[in-house]
Design a protein around this ligand. Structure first.
Ligand code: TRH
Length: 411
């Protein structure tokens, strides 16, 4: 039997089961993801898709155009399949903008990630649905104040009687909040309270006991980060530093330090610094890496948010934008982030090219003395972020509000 047909039957059985158990069919949701670059687009969409399915019993179809990138964070992905079921999410290879769709093909909720332009045929069929699906554009995360005025705004379609609403993640209750699974904190606390689990996790990457006793730092940044300067400072540091860097990250600086190709398993110690290359781990394991380290360098959007839930100090390498727009965004975040000490701000500025230093060793030493304070302050930050509610639940509340408003309009 053809794989896609088998999948449809499996999905139909799951739906029948839910109707039987709850008396109502599950909502369906289509999430469209175009991978612009790197792993954040699919990283966020995959996390959102799983949470919608697991915590809200929604039948999710994730349309994604780049299966190889998806496979890096989720090894179960099979590159040759048009449609596959992973963790009870239907994953469809989104090849192009072609295709004819009928209203029966359209999900109750349609989300496009980062205004990724869903196929015209799909939109045409959306316009024929009765009731219309709720259509959201999930935007990127920023702490800038303007998002508060744009969050949830409608954008009417120029030709059809359809409106798309903007949904912005964010850091206060005038935005959609941050992605966070309901069990995340419990899982993290259990892991961090279990030294044997942490050792077992780290030792699979070849860390020795001495490595585990050192200041452990995970490093995830863009290629233009001043990694060499940081490595120089760590080499001369008073206490040992073990830098864990996933394969492919900061490749030039890592290879220069190692003197060999930066393949997973490679490790070199020079002065106080050991650099160890890890495999690029599956997404769930990346959380464990953040939880196990004393300090995390993160980037983009998804790893940046995960570092906030790890309750460990972190330094953010922001995604570069034209005209240094990212500097505005970084400043906005550092102004909002209640765990930011002066030394964290100073290092963040230098790390992101907003200022320079001739003295990396002092920059590092000063920052390092703040690590316990930042870790402590990050607990209050986490509580503040949690009080906004998680982004997925906030989004579904908004979906219900749109539905209610449209029912009233038609009465
Ligand atoms: O990879 P990123 O830089 O992604 C993005 C994209 O550049 C995107 O276009 C841009 O819009 C966005 O950033 C802001 O960084 P990010 O967002 O942190 O995503 C990385 C994902 O990869 C995240 O889900 C965690 C995951 N990951 C793993 O699963 N394993 C690993 O070993 C590592 C290092 C990361």
């Amino acid at each position: 039997m053809e794989k896609s047909l088998r999948l449809n039957i499996v999905n139909k059985r799951k739906m029948d089961l839910q109707v039987h158990q709850t008396g109502r069919p599950p909502a369906t949701l289509a999430l469209f993801c175009k991978v612009v670059d790197n792993f954040g687009d699919i990283g966020i969409c995959w996390r959102l898709a799983r949470q919608l399915q697991q915590e809200h019993s929604i039948a999710v179809t994730l349309w994604v155009d780049d299966l190889p990138s998806f496979q890096r964070i989720c090894p179960e992905v099979q590159l040759a399949l048009e449609v596959q079921d992973i963790a009870s999410v239907t994953v469809r290879h989104w090849r192009d903008q072609d295709g004819l769709f009928s209203p029966d093909d359209i999900a109750d909720i349609v989300i496009e990630f980062f205004a990724c332009n869903i196929p015209p045929g799909y939109i045409e069929a959306m316009a024929k649905c009765n009731p219309r699906p709720v259509w959201l554009n999930l935007e990127g995360l920023t702490a800038e104040q303007w998002v508060e005025g744009c969050h949830t705004l409608p954008s009417p379609h120029p030709s059809y009687s359809l409106a798309k609403h903007f949904f912005f993640p964010g850091f206060n209750d005038k935005t959609g909040g941050l992605l966070r699974e309901s069990v995340l904190d419990q899982q993290r606390l259990a892991f961090q309270a279990d030294p044997a689990a942490m050792s077992a996790f780290l030792s699979q990457f070849g860390l020795s006991q001495a490595d585990m006793d050192a200041t452990k730092v995970s490093l995830f940044c863009y290629p233009h980060a001043p990694v060499k300067d940081l490595f120089d400072a760590w080499q001369q540091a008073a206490a040992p530093v073990v830098c864990l860097v996933p394969e492919g990250v900061a490749k030039d600086a890592v290879e220069k330090f190692l003197g060999t190709p930066a393949k997973a398993g490679a490790s070199v110690r020079d002065g106080a610094l050991t650099v160890r290359v890890l495999p690029f781990v599956p997404q769930q394991d990346y959380d464990k890496l953040l939880w196990a380290c004393d300090l995390n360098f993160v980037r983009g959007e998804d790893s940046f948010v995960r570092a906030q839930w790890a309750n460990k100090p972190f330094v953010w390498h922001i995604y570069p934008q034209d005209e240094n727009l990212h500097h505005v965004k970084l400043r906005a975040f550092l102004n909002t982030y209640t765990a930011a000490t002066d030394n964290l701000i100073a290092l963040s500025h230098v790390w992101n090219g907003m200022s320079e230093t001739q003295d990396w060793s002092t920059l590092w030493q000063d920052f390092q003395t703040d690590l316990p304070e930042i870790a402590n302050l990050s607990i209050t930050w986490q509580e503040k972020m949690t009080s906004i509610g998680d982004m997925t639940s906030n989004m579904l509340k908004f979906v219900s509000a749109i539905r209610l408003a449209s029912t009233k309009d038609t009465v």
